[in-house]
Design a protein around this ligand. Structure first.
Ligand code: PBG
Length: 327
């Protein structure tokens, strides 16, 4: 007997495909990462990320306006300071590129959601995400609790500049709770925390380290970022950050970790973000440039897959292009 059930019936026209589509993309799903430099006076292209620039602080108002007009969900800011030191103190400088850019953005486009990455790797002269200490074996490692102190001061600096959301990306234990207490202590109850709860020690951050000038000068980040083989550990990180008061959580990277996004989605009722990182962006750009992929279709399909896996919103360098293509 020929089957009565014919799934192809619902694929015959654009109209019916549109009606039954389960997951859709919207410009409001995207958060655009931006790099602000304290020393530049004009935009400087990032060689490994075609279409991405390091920006002078003076460009903040204009890009905020563009992001707002494109209907993006928000922007997330990273900083390149003039000077670095061993503990990343420049991350706490109110005159630094990130607080200064936040103020200009809030001034020009008050309705645009502005987030800041809270981490010291762009501000330390060794490039690690924290303060160094010698461990029992005499090796230089990142000291968890000493790092919390500078992270809290950095988050406060960002809050005073007017940011809506701080996003700690350092992977220190206990930082969500510490930052929450620090913010509340100064009356910033309304500043939300988007925790990079599940962040893997990934090779896909390579191009970002050019963009943000933050490649570690020795060793790697595997003593604080997660091992790519682990998913149960991701659920422990999630539970911990929820207990400490995270308002939203993130999985990073996105495309090689769609299974992790799906498992975290099943376990949390918090808004879930995924970071479509620099290496994921660079791969599509390189393949498109070589004529191997249709950039628009590949990008939208990749972003859709991240949402289908369970992310509510996506940090992505494709944000402005994708918003335009969807418009
Ligand atoms: C650390 C940070 C990194 C990224 C975002 N925040 C780099 C790292 O952990 O080495 C990577 C983002 C990307 O690759 O697009 N502050």
């Amino acid at each position: 007997m020929f089957p009565n059930v014919r799934p192809r019936r619902l694929r015959q026209t654009a109209a019916i495909r549109n009606l039954v589509r389960e997951v859709r993309l919207d410009p409001g799903d995207f958060v655009l990462p931006l790099f602000f430099s304290e020393t530049l006076t004009t935009a400087k292209p990032v060689g490994t990320m075609p279409g991405v620039d390091q920006l002078p602080v003076s460009a903040a108002a204009e890009i905020a306006q563009r992001a707002h007009e494109a209907g993006l969900g928000g922007v997330i800011l990273f900083g390149l300071p003039k000077e670095k030191d061993a503990c990343g103190d420049a991350a706490c400088n109110p005159n630094g590129p990130v607080p200064q850019a936040v103020m200009r953005m809030k001034d020009k486009a008050p309705d645009l959601l502005v987030m800041t990455d809270t981490c010291v790797d762009e501000y330390t002269d060794h490039g690690h995400c924290g303060v160094l200490v010698k461990n029992r074996r005499g090796e230089q490692v990142v000291d968890n609790d000493a790092t919390l102190e500078v992270l809290c001061r950095s988050a406060l600096t960002q809050a005073r500049a007017g940011v809506d959301v701080v996003a700690p990306s350092d992977m220190m234990d206990g930082r969500v709770g510490a930052i929450r207490r620090a913010l509340d202590g100064e009356g910033f109850q309304d500043v939300a925390i988007l925790s990079y709860a599940v962040k893997y020690a990934s090779s896909f951050y390579g191009p970002f380290r050019d963009a943000a000038d933050c490649a570690p000068k020795f060793g790697d980040r595997s003593s604080y970022q997660m091992d790519p083989g682990n998913t149960r550990e991701a659920l422990r990180e999630l539970a911990q950050d929820e207990a400490e008061g995270a308002d939203m959580v993130m999985v990073k990277p996105a495309l090689p970790y769609l299974d992790v996004i799906a498992r975290v989605r099943d376990r949390t009722n918090l808004p879930l973000a995924a970071y479509n990182v620099s290496g994921e962006y660079a791969m599509i750009k390189a393949a498109a440039k070589a004529g191997m992929l249709d950039e628009k279709r590949a990008t939208l399909e990749a972003l859709l897959s991240i949402k289908r896996a369970g992310a509510d919103f996506i940090l992505t360098y494709h944000a402005l292009d994708a918003a335009r293509w969807l418009g």
